[in-house]
Design a protein around this ligand. Structure first.
Ligand code: SF4
Ligand code: SF4
Length: 709
């Protein structure tokens, strides 16, 4: 906390504003609360999850008054709940990661046709890389597919402003609006002035008003489609002209054309005179004082061009790539100054509202340009828009980007790569090295590779191992799902043959059972995923009589995304604990006739339970029940008895626990020259699984202390 100031709301109440260092997702939460959001719902998914957690924390602390916040069963449930709330006039916020929007899409496509009343913002976090996702899908594409406006922030603080603008836009046009940050925006931190307390905007007095428009019918859908098309044209116009929205699509000019007499305003960044005057929205903006210094140097080295030249080169960027471009331009210009190179005049357009594409701003940007370089992550969305624009207007500029091999066609961008591409675009030698040279940015060589792995003590390890022991040599297909347990595919467990999407394992196993009936078909599903997307699959298994075994890995949390609660825990974000929804009772009610329980840390009992379920003809289930280690106090670590360890390595080659290593130099009466296993006590949580795997009783855990002892 750095300083406190008081602002006064319209009702005269003082809002205390505090400057705080916030992660992007925390800031988005504050932005929505300050915009008066009343209902917040979503499903956890990296990199989006912290937004709802922040709202829940503020609500629990009494700082977010009047808000309802929840983790819904899945994204579709969340969006449908919010649709109802929005029809009353409440401001609503939906959150998910990019693939979560697929789950909600059935509701979303219709919702855009029906329309909303209270502002409806969809916070959908994209994951270039992907770092923690199964696809690199681009929500900007989804926005154009669904015909929804989308904001694409380049920094967390721009995202803060966009969140508030999105609520206003949603209400003005009665359309859901997407705010689409990417991982680096979600997880970057910066300082914000935020209100210490917020009040949800009240639902209007009239509330929900019955109207035929709330009921979607084909005839109404036809009319609504026309209305959508019309409002998209209007919104594109707003994105180009309405100051508060056009501010998200700024342009700057730089490079050779800087006139020495230009009047550079360091406060506003605007430069008056020269080519900029032809374009009221184009400013010869300076980045900061450092940039001004660089400009002076450039003017010196370029011979202080007397008349500003109109740019022939343009750069377009969106999202975090736009922030990278700004930094890369500094690097390129600094490098040019050092090397006596002349930076050609250029125009840079940052596109914060990619859909509907603000064509009038594009026309202004493209005036006089011959080459345009497009830098964006994930899909070539802006590149396509510019190509379409060029086609429609018979423009002659070339568009370069992902489609031409001038930009990365997948994964994340970074400043060094963008700087190199801009240097090439400016005509500098392809050998020009403009990468950051300071040690703070220098890549560290020879870092050890750390593949993702189940935690030491993770109960899923025991579940997978028990199933493999029960199967023995029986041919089987093991269908995995989305969660920590996808890591069961790693060696030596090697227990996940497929992974498609949330809940798919249960239904895919049924496909294998039909097509390869000589094999056993098993599905692994986590407790949260079971509720999110597994229910339709288990009903299908009973309805169509598929011979599958569903292994529910119930660790009492949504572990992979940060230990969020789910219906099986009974914990809600609003405080009161509900009766947990029982997976066993759901399975019974649906018609599963073989349901067995197992503690995955008891190898013999779980293997026997797995055998019983696998041998059952028809849908069966094993409920592996043991909490995620993030929820329990660790027990005393296991130890290796040097007198009995033979160095056989079975504890390593069978279960692959990261807490067990092998010391080739260790010697003992049984291991002789082979070396011996050792336990890293800083990682081991004393789960005891390894002690049941060792055939020589050389591993043990103290019987006292710790929850697993
Ligand atoms: S976080 Fe929990 S569920 Fe995930 S790997 Fe670690 S112990 Fe297992
Ligand atoms: S601890 Fe047991 S399983 Fe591991 S190497 Fe020693 S004898 Fe083999």
């Amino acid at each position: 906390m750095f300083h406190v100031k008081h602002l006064f709301a319209k009702d005269g109440r003082a809002n205390i504003m505090t400057k705080k260092l916030l992660m992007g997702n925390e800031a988005f939460a504050h932005a929505a609360l300050e915009a008066g959001v009343r209902v917040v719902a979503g499903y956890p998914g990296t990199p989006s999850s912290e937004l709802i957690e922040t709202v829940a924390k503020l609500h629990a602390a009494g700082a977010a008054r009047g808000v309802h916040v929840e983790w819904s069963t899945n994204e579709k449930a969340a969006l449908e709940l919010l649709a109802g709330a929005s029809y009353t006039g409440a401001r609503c916020l939906f959150t998910c990661k990019q693939v979560g929007l697929n789950v909600a899409s059935d509701a979303l496509m219709s919702l855009n046709y029906v329309g909303v009343k209270g502002g409806m913002v969809l916070f959908v976090a994209d994951d270039p890389g992907p770092i923690s996702s199964q696809t690199e899908q681009d929500t900007r594409r989804f926005a154009s597919f669904a015909k929804l406006p989308v904001f694409d922030p380049s920094t967390p603080d721009e995202g803060f402003a966009m969140m508030q603008a999105a609520f206003d836009l949603s209400e003005r046009y009665h359309t859901p609006v997407i705010v689409r940050p990417t991982t680096r925006i979600n997880h970057a931190s910066t300082f914000f002035d935020i209100a210490d307390t917020t009040d949800a905007r009240p639902v209007p007095e009239e509330g929900f008003e019955r109207d035929p428009k709330w009921v979607i019918f084909p005839r109404r859908a036809y009319q609504a489609h026309g209305e959508i098309n019309e409002r998209l044209r209007d919104i594109a116009c707003d994105f180009a002209h309405e100051p508060a929205l056009a501010a998200f699509n700024p342009m700057i000019e730089g490079g050779e054309g800087l006139a020495p007499q230009a009047n550079v305003s360091r406060e506003t960044g605007a430069v008056h005179g020269g080519a900029s005057d032809r374009h009221p929205n184009v400013s010869r903006e300076t980045f900061d004082d450092e940039k001004n210094q660089q400009i002076s140097e450039l003017q010196d080295v370029s011979g202080a061009t007397a008349v500003a030249r109109s740019p022939r080169l343009g750069i377009v960027a969106g999202g975090v790539s736009a922030a990278y471009v700004r930094e890369a331009l500094r690097m390129v210009e600094a490098h040019a100054a050092e090397e006596d190179l002349v930076v050609p005049a250029y125009r840079f357009w940052r596109v914060g509202t990619p859909y509907p594409f603000p064509e009038e701003t594009a026309a202004q940007f493209a005036e006089g340009l011959e080459q345009i370089l497009v830098l964006e992550e994930l899909d070539h969305v802006l590149e396509d828009e510019l190509l379409a624009f060029a086609g429609r207007t018979h423009a002659t500029f070339d568009v370069r980007g992902k489609l031409t091999g001038d930009a990365r066609d997948r994964g994340e961008n970074d400043v060094d790569d963008i700087a190199s591409r801009i240097a090439l675009f400016f005509g500098f030698n392809s050998q020009t090295d403009v990468s950051r040279e300071t040690s703070a940015f220098a890549p560290v060589e020879n870092l050890p590779v750390r593949p993702p792995v189940l935690c030491a003590g993770c109960p899923h390890r025991g579940s997978f191992y028990a199933v493999k022991c029960a199967l023995g040599k029986t041919p089987a297909v093991l269908c995995g799902d989305i969660g920590c347990y996808t890591l069961g595919n790693a060696m030596p467990l090697d227990a996940v043959d497929t992974c498609l999407c949330m809940g798919a394992g249960i239904t895919m196993a049924q496909g294998f059972a039909v097509a390869e009936s000589h094999k056993k078909a098993l599905a692994f599903v986590g407790d949260s995923t079971f509720f999110a997307s597994g229910l339709t699959g288990i009903v299908n298994a009973v309805y169509n009589g598929h011979d599958i075994t569903v292994c529910v890995l119930d660790n009492a949390t949504t572990a992979m995304t940060g230990s969020q609660p789910h219906p099986g825990t009974g914990v809600t974000l609003m405080g009161p604990r509900r009766t947990p929804v029982s997976i066993e009772r759901v399975l019974e009610a649906v018609g599963f006739e073989c349901i067995v329980h197992a503690n995955p840390l008891d190898l013999e009992a779980s293997t026997s339970a797995a055998r019983e379920a696998i041998e059952f003809a028809g849908p069966s289930a094993i409920l592996f029940e043991s909490p995620c280690i993030q929820l329990v106090k660790p027990g005393a670590p296991a130890t290796v008895n040097a007198d009995t360890c033979t160095g056989c390595k079975k504890c390593i080659t069978e279960i692959g626990c990261p807490a067990i290593g092998f010391d080739a130099d260790a010697r003992g009466p049984k291991s002789k020259e082979r070396g011996q296993a050792y336990v890293d006590s800083s990682l081991c949580n004393g789960c005891g699984l390894c002690t049941q795997v060792c055939p020589f009783d050389a591993l043990g855990v103290p019987s006292e202390g710790g929850s697993h002892a």
